[in-house]
Ligand binder design. Structure first.
Ligand code: 5GP
Ligand code: ZN
Length: 114
């Protein structure tokens, strides 16, 4: 996806502070953090969460959650806890059409829905 910001981050065309990478998943700090720790976890492959999620994505979903566990450990929030959020579609305020999980933590978080 030529114009996708997260594809450009995956390809190193846009700089980011990468905190985790394996062959299928990459994670980097959000440019506009909403908590002390705010990390975006994405599959390296472009997947649109609105219309491209199907059973073929089951494995990448598992990979993302395993990556989240490792990232939390590295960020030293594995015990204090964290929140994972996925925005899908207009009502969620989703800005970028490349499946991504927000991992938030490092402090006491507010209500789930604001
Ligand atoms: P969404 O609203 O689509 O769920 O979240 C997109 C997130 O990507 C936002 O939290 C926004 O701050 C972050 N973001 C947008 N552009 C960039 C960028 O170029 N670099 C990084 N690191 N984060 C970005
Ligand atoms: Zn993309």
């Amino acid at each position: 996806m030529a114009e996708c910001i997260f594809c450009k981050i995956v390809q190193g065309q846009i700089p980011s502070e990468i905190v985790y990478e394996d062959d299928k998943v990459i994670a980097f700090r959000d440019i506009n953090p909403q908590a002390k720790i705010h990390i975006i976890i994405v599959p390296k492959k472009h997947i649109n969460p609105m219309n491209e999620i199907n059973e073929n994505q089951a494995e990448i979903m598992a990979n993302i959650f395993l990556a989240a566990k490792e990232i939390a450990k590295r960020q030293k929030i594995g015990q204090s806890g964290f929140r994972m959020i996925v925005n899908v579609g207009p009502d969620s305020g989703q800005e970028i059409e490349h499946l991504h999980f927000h991992l938030l933590g490092g402090e006491k978080l507010g209500k789930l829905v604001t």
